[in-house]
Design a protein around this ligand. Sequence first.
Ligand code: FES
Length: 279
Amino acid sequence: MSFSHGPGCDLACQFAQGQSLPLDFPVGQVRRVAPARGDDGDVDETKRNVLKLLAVAGLVGAGAGGLAGGVIQYVQPPTIGISSYPRVQLIDIDGSPLTVAKVESEYNAGTPNDLIFNYPLRNEPNFLLNLFPASGTPDGTNGAENVPGGVGTHKSIVAYSAICQHLGCPAPAISYYPPGTCPKTFSNNTYPTLSFYIHCSCHGSTYDVTNSASNLTGPAVLPLPQVTLDVDASGNIYAIGEQGPPVNGHLNTLQGDYGVGSTSQLVKETPVILCSFPT
Ligand code: FES
């Protein structure tokens, strides 16, 4: 989502911009609304009777089975969402089913573009990553293996939400940084030098892709939700669930838009690179 602002206008202006007419009374002054009256100053009996009828109708409706509640239900839009995590087959960029063999031949820890698929809802993007290196030993400087939740030959294929847990910047503002993208490195219990991670260019949050997208730097304090992947006997890859906190901006990961359907296709996005890390 993007907002356009006038010169010198910050994000808060988005609400003020639609208000083009000046108020005809001072801000903060409460205007008294007079009761409806006829020309002679008497209360308008027609309007009074209409109000009485509405009041009586409301009481009768409530007594007859909660008409008032029904009206409220009708006025409130139904929550859009799905009731459970679906089994969704992932489709490669070229339109063919995404298999372990394809991922391991086409993508690795050094793949420079973000591979994004939506799951379980249409407005919930996720990174698909193969953290195994194209060459060399997966020692944290060039790639990783046996990652929690990982699938494939080296258990290195994982998927994480592509919506930052701080204030919700989506990909490509939050992006996967392949090994050596920035001079900054981290360490964890498995790798003393970790040179690849997910980083958010909005305010600098950084996530450990080798450890369930846990937090390496704030300001985010929650990990990215991790999509549970599954592989069938033919090597096809499916998204079947999600672990961790709800997707940012959603009270419940399953609510907030329509489901993606039975398949979800990868798209390629150019990452935003900004080597700025809060301490
Ligand atoms: S939205 Fe990502 S760090 Fe603030």
